[in-house]
Design a protein around this ligand. Structure first.
Ligand code: GLN
Length: 276
């Protein structure tokens, strides 16, 4: 094994990085001069751009997530540009796409979709690709997040389908077939006990949902039924302990719960409502 590999692994381990071998392999492969896959066991140091690699490594040693170092993260079938201004797309959020596909079987339907708090735009782009005749309004109150969403919309050629803009959901008018949202939902207590690497490298505005974490759901229950067509769907990501509170919040809102589903860790994560 090359000295560079040995030394880098030692440094990563000394910083308690969880998967040092995997991370090193990723960083090396993103610093290579040519397009051949590099392996730790057979690495020839000549094959990498050392300056680039050392920069990446020192950022990882400072616990910066690989996604933020490389400005990319995979979600659903695509790779998205990410930076500090957006939450990294997470695998549990992919269930919003799965539920959309389950409840709306006709992929050719001309859907009117709203994505609240779009962030990187990962939900909007993935939905646009699955429902090719849909029109999507992707909104976020963060100007910086909308810049990222626009970059991803262009990257994936969805500019004809998705309009991304800085706007609060309270100002949205229209009549939608599907509304999706992964709002900030951590309570004060949960945010404080969130791992410091997440607090340091992910935007608080995308994570913190007010004292009890339920601020957005309460406001959604008042507003969203008014901008949904009959039988339209609302698909929300929720915090693992919020299912019963959220269901109560939506009681008598004009929406009925049709599904509560769990993420890969068997935690309550997604609620599906339909307009009565
Ligand atoms: N699941 C995220 C986290 O704990 C929270 C996402 C959110 O608030 N929407 O990192």
């Amino acid at each position: 094994m090359s000295n560079l590999v040995k030394l880098s692994l030692k440094k990563l381990k000394s910083q308690n990085i969880l998967n040092p071998e995997l991370d090193l392999r990723i960083l090396l492969n993103n610093s290579k001069k040519k397009n051949n896959e590099l392996f730790l066991s057979t690495l020839n140091e000549e094959e990498i751009n050392k300056i680039k690699f050392e920069k990446y490594l020192s950022r990882r040693l400072g616990h910066e997530p690989i996604s933020k170092i490389l400005n990319k993260k995979n979600f659903w079938k695509y790779e998205f540009y990410v930076n500090y201004n957006v939450l990294d797309p997470r695998p549990e959020t992919e269930f919003i796409i799965e539920e959309s596909l389950y409840y709306i079987k006709n992929r050719k339907k001309h859907l009117n979709i709203l994505d609240i708090g779009t962030g990187s735009g990962c939900l909007s782009v993935s939905l646009a690709k699955e429902f090719l005749n849909s029109k999507i309004l992707a909104i976020d109150i963060s100007q910086k997040a909308i810049l990222v969403a626009k970059k991803n919309i262009l990257k994936h050629g969805c500019n004809n389908q998705i309009e991304a803009k800085v706007l609060s959901f309270s100002k949205v008018y229209g009549s939608f077939d599907l509304i999706v949202s992964n709002p900030p939902y951590l309570s004060t207590k949960e945010y404080l006990s969130t791992h410091h690497d997440i607090k340091k490298f992910e935007p608080k505005i995308a994570l913190f949902g007010g004292f009890d974490g339920l601020t957005f759901y309460k406001a959604y229950a008042k507003k969203l039924p008014n901008i949904m067509k009959k039988n339209a769907f609302l698909i929300l990501e929720i915090g693992e302990k919020q299912a019963s509170n959220c269901i109560k919040i939506f009681n008598n809102s004009g929406l009925k719960l049709i599904k509560k589903s769990k993420d890969l860790q068997k935690k309550d994560r997604i609620l599906v409502f339909s307009k009565i």
